[in-house]
Design a protein around this ligand. Structure first.
Ligand code: NAP
Length: 239
């Protein structure tokens, strides 16, 4: 990990709602991005065009090889198709959530013996996996980014087993427009997974304003709000 290069290029395995949003924020912050999906780079031509000259598309293996940090942002059911060899030793961000109706049942998640991101870490044993971006609706992620020091800055919880990787991702998030709350290890990351108080709701507007479409409008949530939401997590139990 001490050989980790400065982050210049962000690889994306998955370029949908959350992957496309992280790509937009990364381009705005001055990074290059390499997008990928399951259907091939030609299907990402419109998004590449929209993002401009600092974006291109490739296969998942090419995006993994190109990224100084690689964001895995596919439906959980596809996590074990993420290429292992090009991610050896790399900094990897995991945005994934477990929705059994979408992903099928995973016994080890249903019985609470592991976490979503521990599954990815097991699949990528030498990568440095950091969980972040999973707890915020993609439209809120785009709308709530603010420059460093802004009074209305929002915080995201992050978890990982490698302190240096967490520090690098914290600096990356600062450039993208977010403060960070360290929520512990990958084993602790259930604290900001689905149905927990730190999941999605802290970023909902509570003013009573009518939402634009279905989901409440986004509103900033600072470090104190995210710490409080993490602390309010009930004990973890099997579902
Ligand atoms: N949507 C949100 O607001 C949000 C927020 C936080 C976290 N998340 C989580 O982030 C993950 C991604 O969610 P999303 O909403 O962005 O999903 P999405 O819009 O459905 O996008 C999924 C992306 O993954 C790609 N993909 C699927 N299987 C793949 C594979 N085997 N190899 C490479 N790429 C593959 C898809 O490409 P193709 O279209 O070519 O198959 C698509 O680009 C999920 O775990 C979700 O729960 C979502």
């Amino acid at each position: 990990m001490s050989k980790q290069r400065e982050i210049k290029t962000v690889g994306l395995i998955g370029s949908g709602m959350i992957g496309g949003t992280v790509a937009r924020l990364a381009i705005a912050a001055g990074y290059d991005v390499v997008l990928s999906n399951s259907r091939g780079p030609e299907t990402l031509a419109d998004l590449v065009k929209e993002l401009g000259q600092h974006a291109c598309a490739g296969s998942p293996s090419e995006a993994a090889a190109a990224g100084d940090v690689v964001v895995v942002t596919v439906p959980l059911r596809a996590y074990n198709s993420v290429p292992v060899a090009p991610l050896q030793g790399k900094l990897v961000i995991d945005t994934n959530n477990y929705y059994p109706h979408r992903d099928g049942h995973f016994a080890e998640l249903d019985n609470a013996s592991t976490t979503v991101s521990e599954l990815l870490q097991k699949h990528l044993p030498t990568a440095k996996v950091v969980k972040v971006f999973n707890n915020i609706y993609f439209k809120h992620l785009l709308a709530l980014a603010r420059p460093t020091g802004a009074a209305d800055r929002t915080a995201l919880p992050l978890a990982g087993d490698d302190a240096e990787a967490k520090a690098l991702i914290t600096a990356f998030l600062d450039r993208l427009g977010y403060d960070v709350v360290d929520a512990g290890t990958l084993a602790d990351s259930w604290r900001f997974e689905r149905d927990m108080p730190a999941y999605a709701v802290p970023y909902f507007d509570k003013s009573g304003a009518a939402p634009a479409a279905g989901v409440p409008n986004g509103a900033p949530a600072d470090v104190a709000a995210i710490r409080a939401a993490l602390a309010a997590a009930p004990s973890r139990s099997a579902s």
